[in-house]
Ligand binder design. Structure first.
Ligand SMILES: NC(=O)c1ccc[n+]([C@@H]2O[C@H](COP(=O)([O-])OP(=O)(O)OC[C@H]3O[C@@H](n4cnc5c(N)ncnc54)[C@H](O)[C@@H]3O)[C@@H](O)[C@H]2O)c1
Length: 246
């Protein structure tokens, strides 16, 4: 299929998990280039293998100068960025009385400030070209809250709020820039490897579709919102959670 034909795409946290599935999907759908940004480059050779339209790049979403250097390089080579997926995220869970200042700050830095910094660097290019699509990964936790995730829930709720504001801000002056968010339920990736099965089992039991998400489930929704098939959709938050309500 070629529903991303010709597009220059950037996916943060693209080395593994949900980000990796998004990179693979965009590449399969004929993107001109998909940049997988990550702090960890060990998966890049596998990610790029056999694909001329996938490239790994070491960029930390908290690093303003590193982000700008990356964007400048892409502009020099391709002249534009059509699609940005803000996917990089971390957890440092704990009940509030046990959550340190460092654990609070680390999650805010990556999940909230990182989304702001990436979007701040890329949105002006889209505004200059008059089009683009941005999808940021939130979470059901950002919509419904969760025990032991004050920091994470705050960032994911913040991503939803920024998405709605940006949908308005980036559509001024006739620009056709769409900004949406995808809120996954629990998804089988490294992020939840430390969550005990006894915590996951009741979640699966409460999920009408009877299982956790797989990375491809989330990637398919992100792909739709980034594609031209979603050309009249902006400012939305799409839950991809099998019907789970926390
Ligand atoms: N797995 C879930 O159950 C779940 C549920 C809801 C939302 N999410 C969200 O989906 C997104 C992807 O999660 P995942 O499960 O694939 O996680 P993951 O831990 O498997 O992958 C995250 C990737 O982001 C990268 N990363 C971390 N910090 C970074 C930084 N500062 N700069 C650049 N890259 C960085 C990591 O190296 C890793 O490759 C996150 O935003 C997460 O909060 C996950």
């Amino acid at each position: 299929m070629d529903r991303m034909k010709g597009k220059i795409c950037v996916v943060t946290g693209g080395a593994r998990g949900i980000g990796r599935a998004i990179v693979d999907k965009f590449a399969e759908e004929g993107a001109a280039m998909v940049f997988a940004l990550d702090v960890n480059n060990s998966a890049f050779p596998e990610l790029e293998a056999g694909k001329s339209n996938v490239r790994g790049a070491v960029v930390n979403v908290t690093d303003t100068a590193g982000i700008q250097a990356f964007v400048d390089k892409v502009v020099a080579e391709f002249g534009r960025i059509d699609v940005l997926v803000n996917n990089a995220g971390i957890t440092k869970d704990g009940l509030i009385q046990k959550m340190s200042d460092d654990d609070w700050a680390a999650v805010i830095q990556v999940n909230l400030t990182g989304v702001f910094k990436m979007t701040r660097a890329v949105a002006p290019l889209m505004m200059a070209s008059g089009s683009g699509a941005i999808v940021s990964i939130s979470s059901v936790v950002g919509l419904d809250g969760n025990i032991g995730q004050s920091n994470y829930a705050a960032t994911k709720g913040g991503v939803v709020a920024m998405t709605k504001g940006w949908a308005k801000e980036f559509a001024r002056k006739g620009a056709k820039i769409r900004v949406n968010s995808v809120s996954p339920g629990y998804c089988r990736t490294t992020m939840i490897e430390t969550v005990p099965e006894k915590v996951l089992e009741p979640i699966i039991a409460k999920t009408p579709l009877g299982r956790l998400a797989m990375p491809a489930d989330i990637a398919n929704a992100v792909f739709f919102l980034c594609s031209d098939e979603a050309v009249f959709i902006t400012g939305q938050v799409l839950r991809v959670d099998g019907g789970l309500v926390l």
